[in-house]
Design a protein around this ligand. Structure first.
Ligand code: TYD
Length: 209
């Protein structure tokens, strides 16, 4: 098994229905084929506590959840996931692919809900002990197309007005443009094989170096 000193932490970000989980599974297989250990996780979730918090939050009705309470639930799930799964996996030299991480809270709870950015940044630092992903993929897509792609019933976040989702999309773009060395922006309107090839050629050179 190939190991990477300190591991490699890859996060997938973007609006709802942009294809993160399809991409995550395709990357998982390709990285295993390249001889590395891969740990896949998602937020909120990925631990027993995190999955319970996910169910409690995303199973709620719109208008039932206070914005700050919502933020703190995401942060509680993130704290557990960071300590229990992500840190040990990276210390083993694995590749961790996480479907959403700290940037989701900035995009949704700051740009979407309007909570002060510095508060979320501080909480993110506490929850993750300051960990920053090595690489973050932004799958960018018009939210109205993302909503149509989702087959299952919409959770309360997805039922938010289109304006909310447009602010989230613009927020992501801003985050990516502020730290271009960490982010790769991919047009998620493209065919999923094209998206995969673009991301794989970017990631492969980083984990094999
Ligand atoms: P999920 O079903 O995983 O959505 P998706 O498949 O689009 O990733 O639900 C997660 C929802 O929670 C999604 O709408 C984004 C939102 N979210 C936040 O608002 N803040 C956060 O910090 C995280 C991790 C997720």
């Amino acid at each position: 098994m190939n190991k990477i000193a300190g591991g490699f932490f890859l996060t997938l970000e973007g609006g709802d229905g942009v294809g993160k989980s399809t991409l995550q599974h395709a990357l998982n297989q390709r990285i295993i084929d390249a001889g590395f250990e891969v740990v896949m996780c998602r937020e909120p979730g990925g631990t027993i506590l995190g999955e319970k918090l996910r169910e409690a939050l995303l199973g709620s009705n719109k208008n039932e959840v206070d914005s700050l309470a919502e933020l703190l639930v995401f942060l509680a799930a993130r704290t557990q996931l960071s300590k229990e799964i992500i840190k040990p996996a990276l210390e083993r030299g694995a590749v961790v692919i996480c479907d959403r991480f700290t940037d989701s809270s900035i995009a949704y709870q700051h740009y979407g809900r309007g909570i002060e950015k510095s508060i979320i940044e501080d909480l993110n630092t506490i929850a993750t002990a300051g960990r920053i992903p090595d690489r973050t993929i932004l799958l960018d897509l018009d939210p109205s197309i993302g909503a149509k792609r989702k087959e299952q019933a919409q959770d309360y976040m997805e039922q938010e007005a289109i304006d909310f989702h447009n602010r989230v999309r613009e927020g992501y773009m801003q985050l990516a443009n502020e730290s271009p060395e960490r982010w790769l922006i991919v047009d998620a309107l493209q065919n999923e094989d094209v998206v995969f090839d673009l991301v794989w050629s970017d990631v492969a050179q980083r984990i094999k170096d």
